[in-house]
Design a protein around this ligand. Structure first.
Ligand code: SUD
Ligand code: ADP
Length: 297
């Protein structure tokens, strides 16, 4: 098929894809790099709780955001930035006609530690790679995604992972898949502010992946928790509420907190009782990202 025939075959295509949330089941900060970024060890897991991203191919070469997100300028929107970045990788013959309209149906709280923005970006990279038939590997897309944010590669790769570096050195792992109650305590936590806090634990001794997995969920900690609890009392209150039922943790730099349950019934019961602590969701952990499920693995 010529480049033009290939392109003509796809211009009327629309893909509606999930952009799932993630949890950091464990998050250790093990050092600080000369560029100010922090070295991490983390266990990423996806949730069956997602934004939805609709990608409609267009042949005028334009990249258009169909809807704006509150407080995010179009040029800063990670979904649009991902599309622009990918378009620059298209072969010269078809690049001028690689266009798309992007519509984001937001369910995930922004800046909540669930990685929604990074996930939107990853879904756009993976989805437009398919729509424009660019044939880039997941590894190549993950490397591109890292230019947009430390969390983008894991969403591109699409499997629960042990991550090191700034979150980009990924080893796929299989974790337990409990039901989670996730609470957003209604405050906004700034990731840069947490990482620049003088009180942050920055030198947790690195552990091996095997040891982290052997220890199991009861041993998993988040090094950002102390600082975030101190500055945001509603986060501390939501953690204390969940801890009445099961071990509770912060995800990422917050503000969302979570706890794991064996069954949906118990999780729903706790979520219903959580209303005074914020917005609560019940979601199941998954080892394969809903994005990759939707694309057929
Ligand atoms: C720490 C995590 C864990 O998942 O937190 P959440 O953002 O999900 O809460 C992430 O790695 C965050 O990833 P992401 O949100 O993509 O971060 P970026 O945009 O790359 O960085 C935002 C800012 O956080 C700081 N930062 C981020 C990651 C890191 N490993 N070290 C850092 O010091 C830097 O100040 C950077 O300017
Ligand atoms: N498509 C997007 N969805 C969500 N947030 C976005 C998006 N594009 C840019 N952002 C910005 O990225 C920040 C981090 O968003 P998000 O990934 O949802 O949270 P976190 O990094 O805390 O897990 C938001 O506060 C917002 O300003």
């Amino acid at each position: 098929m010529t480049d033009k025939a290939r392109h003509d075959a796809i211009i009327s295509t629309t893909l509606r894809l999930p952009a799932p949330a993630k949890l950091n089941r464990l998050l250790h900060i093990t050092g600080r790099r000369p560029d100010g970024y922090h070295e991490l060890q983390t266990l990423f897991q996806f949730l069956d709780l997602s934004d939805s991203v609709t990608l409609t191919a267009r042949d005028d070469g334009q990249l258009v955001l169909a809807n704006m997100l509150d407080g995010v300028a179009a040029d800063d929107n990670l979904a649009l930035r991902a599309a622009r970045l990918l378009k620059r990788q298209a072969p010269a013959g078809i690049a001028p006609r690689c266009g798309a309209t992007l519509a984001i149906d937001k369910r995930l709280p922004m800046g909540g530690g669930l990685g929604g923005g990074s996930s939107n970006a990853a879904t756009v990279l993976v989805g437009l790679n398919a729509l424009w038939q660019l044939g880039l590997s997941l590894d190549a897309l993950a490397a591109l995604g890292l230019e947009l944010g430390a969390d983008v590669p894991v969403f591109v790769k699409g499997h629960s992972a042990w991550a090191e570096g700034i979150g980009e050195k990924l080893t796929a792992v299989t974790l337990d898949t409990p039901w989670f109650v996730i609470i957003h305590p209604g405050v906004s936590v700034s990731t840069p502010a947490v990482f620049s806090d003088p009180q942050l634990t920055r030198h947790t001794p690195p552990i091996s992946m095997a040891r982290a997995l052997q220890g199991g969920a009861s041993t998993w900690q988040n090094d950002c928790e102390v600082v975030v609890k101190t500055h945001y009392p509603p986060v501390a209150q939501a953690l204390d509420f969940l801890a009445r039922f099961a071990p509770s943790r912060l995800t990422g730099t917050g503000a969302c907190v979570f706890a794991a349950f064996d069954n949906a019934k118990d999780a729903k019961h706790v979520a219903q009782a959580a209303s005074q602590y914020g917005t609560a969701w019940v979601a199941k952990g998954c080892n394969v990202s809903p994005l990759h499920d939707a694309l057929g693995g």
